[in-house]
Ligand binder design. Structure first.
Ligand SMILES: *[C@@H]1O[C@H](CO)[C@@H](O)[C@H](O)[C@H]1NC(C)=O
Length: 312
């Protein structure tokens, strides 16, 4: 409830990154380059998969969805970060802040669900190769994608509505580079117990369950390969799963470390650097890890580049 003597905050200040002023331009260039790489890399993947009909298989359709999600995920935070690095007053409106939080949660969760779908796809492909096409039917793939969207839309909505209930009185400085949920909770002058409880429960469900499912899938893959060891099988499995597992551990390691093991002392620098890992670095690396090492993608890319000289 809003008391009479409380002013309502209409704007927040985003402190941004703990960077010395003399390094500001260097980091601006670095983040701009990383953001452009993310956008370009992910766009190339979406276009390549769209243009090549032989890449319209579950694995590549999920990959294309993941690229779309990565593209949106980094566009939620990066443009605002870049803008704020150049402006004197790095502010964000109250509505802007809640909107950013909503889309941050939306695309962050979507990424997490898509990684599960991709792990399941590899599990079926390697453990049940003969039944692959019947199990991973277009209908199942579409259902998995739609289910991910529905769950993530509701989850993001839940947290945003719970946040909109809170009052913000005098403190409006967010020691972060985007409107992070836990940073906002610390500023609120309302009782945040319900929010914290809901975050703890849903973070457990939304992060740990996918993580366990992914580990199970890859565990089954490894054990099925070890049962009938053949040099070719081992090479094939490790070349695809090794890259998947590195993305998965980068994403979940930082997110779980950040939200489920909150640091006792307010080490904002550590939190910010970890947040940078999964908001900036992971979306940028995903396209390279998942596809540019992949032969089908390279062939598809080569074909496109061969066509370009004719059209010019
Ligand atoms: C996402 O996946 C679904 C189901 O496989 C597919 O129909 C759709 O085209 C994909 N979307 C994108 C943007 O790749």
């Amino acid at each position: 409830m809003i008391g009479r003597n409380q002013s309502i905050i209409s704007e927040f200040l985003l402190l941004g990154l703990p960077i010395q002023p003399e390094h500001q331009n260097l980091f601006y260039a670095l983040f701009l380059a990383m953001y452009l790489t993310t956008v370009l890399g992910n766009l190339i993947i979406i276009v390549l998969i769209y243009l090549n009909s032989h890449l319209h298989t579950p694995m590549y359709l999920f990959l294309s969805n993941l690229s779309f999600s990565d593209l949106c995920f980094s566009s939620v935070t990066m443009p605002k970060l870049l803008q704020n690095m150049q402006s004197q007053v790095p502010s964000i409106s109250y509505a802007g802040c809640l909107t950013q939080m909503y889309f941050f949660l939306l695309f962050g969760d979507l990424e997490s669900f898509l990684l599960v779908a991709m792990a399941y796809d590899r599990y079926v492909a390697i453990c049940f190769p003969l039944h692959y096409t019947t199990i991973m039917s277009p209908k199942l793939c579409l259902s998995l994608v739609v289910l991910s969207w529905v769950l993530t839309v509701f989850h993001a909505m839940l947290h945003t509505l719970l946040m909109a209930r809170l009052c913000f009185c005098t403190e409006n400085v967010i020691p972060h580079f985007f409107c992070d949920m836990s940073a906002l909770l610390k500023l609120s002058c309302s009782d945040t117990h319900v929010n914290e409880l809901v975050i703890f429960i849903t973070a457990g469900l939304i992060l740990l369950i996918p993580f366990v499912l992914i580990l199970l899938s890859y565990g089954r893959i490894v054990s099925s390969i070890l049962k009938v060891p053949s040099a070719r099988g081992i090479h094939k499995a490790f070349s695809t799963c090794g890259s998947h597992l590195s993305v998965v551990s980068l994403f979940y390691g930082t997110v779980i470390g950040l939200y489920l093991c909150p640091s006792a002392n307010n080490s904002t620098v550590k939190d910010t650097v970890m947040a940078l890992m999964y908001t900036v670095v992971t979306p940028m690396l995903n396209p390279f890890i998942y596809s540019l090492r992949n032969r089908d993608m390279k062939v598809a890319m080569g074909r496109i580049f061969k066509k370009i000289p004719f059209s010019l």
